[in-house]
Design a protein around this ligand. Structure first.
Ligand code: FES
Length: 612
């Protein structure tokens, strides 16, 4: 059977009859997100059959409108490929939000891990017993690397090749003064490494100049594991049923492609890569190494390992990083991974004694409190709400997503979408900003109720905003945010507001518990870092208004982007940063929220949209 994917991910491939449509799409490089793990309950995996759409299933009749069904939209998890088909993917299901790796320019490196040494090899030798080329290099570079330094096999091969072609002006690349990694003809080409952030939803890779830490280019892509579930809990459940092999295979294949694309886009080839550093949450690293993650999902919730890992790319199945060392910082706890460790180093949370807090907002939220040289860490399961999952009109932060709202001078709603495109849905930042605005306007009350028009205070009922209150399908209260290109309504429902309450309740309870464990009050916090994809898109005032953060001075809050990516880059090029990240596990005190005696009470209080 032939499957043609049209649109921005166009592809064409043949498959045996009966293959699940989601599998075939993935093989075409057009994975569709499956937040419910393919159980037919979330309605998010829709694709459009350009012609001859299959008969709708009962789930589709419930989850898709009759107009959508008539247009050919179906749920990809409900169908198999039994005849040739051409399908189209909604823009938002393919797009991944772009993840940064910090400012692109050179870093101030404390202790460089990499250096190059220029050499001019002797064409002849007068010694009776000629030394090997390696011995000659060791003798001439005794100040550049230790006598115990090893030469990689790749370095020997490159050396032989250079000598064979008569090259005597060469350049050695040395790592940590202990390994001669490669030899190249003396040139001005940068020595390259790759930093990779394995996110639950987004994979991001950056090409790094190993000598100065600058970012040469970066790429992000939707993690194709999303078809096994939007969050790590669903993916752990999948691997409990069917093993980790398939998840690993999908990840490794995508990484090989992503890194190749990254190199090509910047005019390089993958054989020019000399090192890699990878960070990710605990589940993503278990799946990266192909290690069963069961222990992460059941009490006492433990990762299989914590320490740093250094492995050859080929060992991990990364054909593009064959014979290249990969550095992976340590995992800190069951759901506080190497990405959190890298973020700690990126924000210097492991240095100094003053009280500072870091909240990484994502599918899994890590909360870290640094005080008096100690690090208190926990994780709050945010679920996919910040990625736009679980919302009636939710989508990731991609083109067409409502990400900001405000009131005009006439008290009308102003809506901004990513890319200034027609509104397609609401992303995590849009959700937070909308609820902030509706709270301030009196349309959502502090208990989280989205009020019907008849329940509004008289002065609120006069506002133009109030005219947007209506009902969604099924009769629940909904607020009309915008209309899509075909006149479809993009709404925020009472259930969506509830989703935000659950997420922010869990994060705020985590913050309160860490403060209590450290015997601190919020006022004593000197800095609060908000990191993660959402970090750079949210307003401080909104986080304070919805009560995700305790009442602190806005000036103490610093919105950062992908601190984990920046920390990964640092660990790759700076020996001090690598040593610091490796030293974190014994300094960390992990608090399991579910086991904490105050969690239930604090969570219930934190669900309210008010400070306490
Ligand atoms: Fe298909 Fe949820 S309905 S993945």
């Amino acid at each position: 059977m032939k499957l043609i994917v049209s649109g921005s991910r166009s592809a064409r491939k043949s498959f045996p009859s009966g293959i699940p449509l989601a599998e075939a799409l993935a093989a075409c490089g057009a994975s569709v997100e499956q937040p419910c793990g393919g159980r037919g309950t979330c309605g998010k995996c829709r694709v459009r059959f350009v012609a001859e759409a299959p008969t709708p299933t009962p789930e589709e009749k419930t989850l898709l409108s009759s107009d959508a069904l008539a247009e050919g939209w179906r749920l990809s998890c409900r169908h198999s490929l039994v005849h040739n088909a051409t399908v189209e993917l909604p823009e938002e299901s393919c797009a991944a939000a772009w993840k940064d790796f910090g400012v692109a320019g050179p870093l101030s490196i404390d202790c460089p891990r990499w250096k190059t040494v220029e050499l001019s090899l002797s064409a002849n030798t007068s010694q009776a017993v000629a030394p090997s080329v390696e011995e000659e290099i060791r003798a001439r570079c005794s100040a550049d690397f230790s006598p115990q330094a090893v030469f990689s096999l790749r370095a020997y091969e490159q050396l032989a090749h250079l000598l064979g072609s008569g090259e005597v002006e060469i350049e050695a690349l040395i790592r940590d003064s202990c390994e001669v990694v490669s030899f190249l003809r003396s040139s001005s080409l940068p020595r390259l490494g790759v930093a990779v952030d394995l996110g639950t939803t987004t994979l991001a890779a950056a090409l790094i100049n190993l000598l100065d830490g600058s970012v040469i280019g970066s790429l992000s892509d939707l993690n194709q594991q999303v078809r096994f579930g939007a969050d790590v809990i669903t993916r752990i459940a999948h691997s409990n049923r069917q093993g980790i092999g398939r998840l690993r295979e999908v990840l490794i294949r995508q990484l090989n492609i992503l890194i190749t694309r990254l190199c090509r886009a910047n005019g390089f080839t993958t054989d020019q890569l000399c090192a890699g550093a990878f960070v990710g949450n605990s589940f993503m690293l278990h799946s990266f190494f192909g290690i069963a993650p069961q222990s992460l999902g059941q009490a006492p919730y433990r990762p299989v390992w914590r320490g740093p890992v250094v492995a050859d790319g080929a060992q991990l199945g990364l054909s593009v990083l064959e014979r290249v060392l990969i550095f992976v910082p340590p995992i800190l706890a069951s759901h506080v991974g190497a990405d959190a460790a890298a973020a700690i180093v990126a924000t210097d949370l492991d240095q100094g004694d003053i009280p500072r807090l870091l909240i990484d907002l994502g599918t899994n939220c890590e909360v870290i409190l640094s005080f008096n040289g100690r690090l208190f860490v926990t994780s709050a399961a945010a679920g996919p709400a910040f990625e736009g999952g679980n919302l009636s009109c939710g989508m990731r932060a991609a083109r067409g997503a409502v990400d900001r709202v405000a009131l005009t001078a006439d008290q009308e709603l102003w809506v901004h979408t990513i890319g200034d495109a027609s509104p397609q849905g609401i992303c995590g930042a849009g959700l937070v900003h909308l609820v902030d605005l509706l709270l301030s306007s009196g349309i959502v009350d502090e208990s989280g109720r989205l009020l019907r028009r008849e329940g509004l205070r008289p002065e609120v009922a006069q506002l133009p905003l109030a005219q947007r209150i209506g009902e969604a399908e099924g009769g629940e209260t909904a607020f009309l945010v915008a209309q899509g290109p075909r006149g479809e309504n993009v709404v925020l429902t009472a259930t969506d507001v509830r989703q935000l309450q659950l997420v922010k309740g869990s994060i705020r309870a985590a913050v309160e518990i860490l403060l209590q464990e450290a015997a601190l009050t919020p006022e004593r916090l000197e800095k609060v870092f908000i990191t993660g994809l959402l970090g750079s898109h949210l307003k401080k005032s909104s986080l304070l208004r919805i009560g995700l953060l305790p009442a602190i001075k806005p000036g103490k809050i610093q919105m950062l982007g992908n601190a984990a990516g920046f920390g990964c880059r640092l660990a790759l090029v700076d020996r001090t940063a690598w040593n610091r990240v490796c030293a974190l596990p014994p300094r960390v005190r992990h608090i399991e929220l579910a086991d904490h005696p105050l969690y239930t009470e604090l969570f219930a209080r934190a669900m309210m949209f008010s400070q306490f």
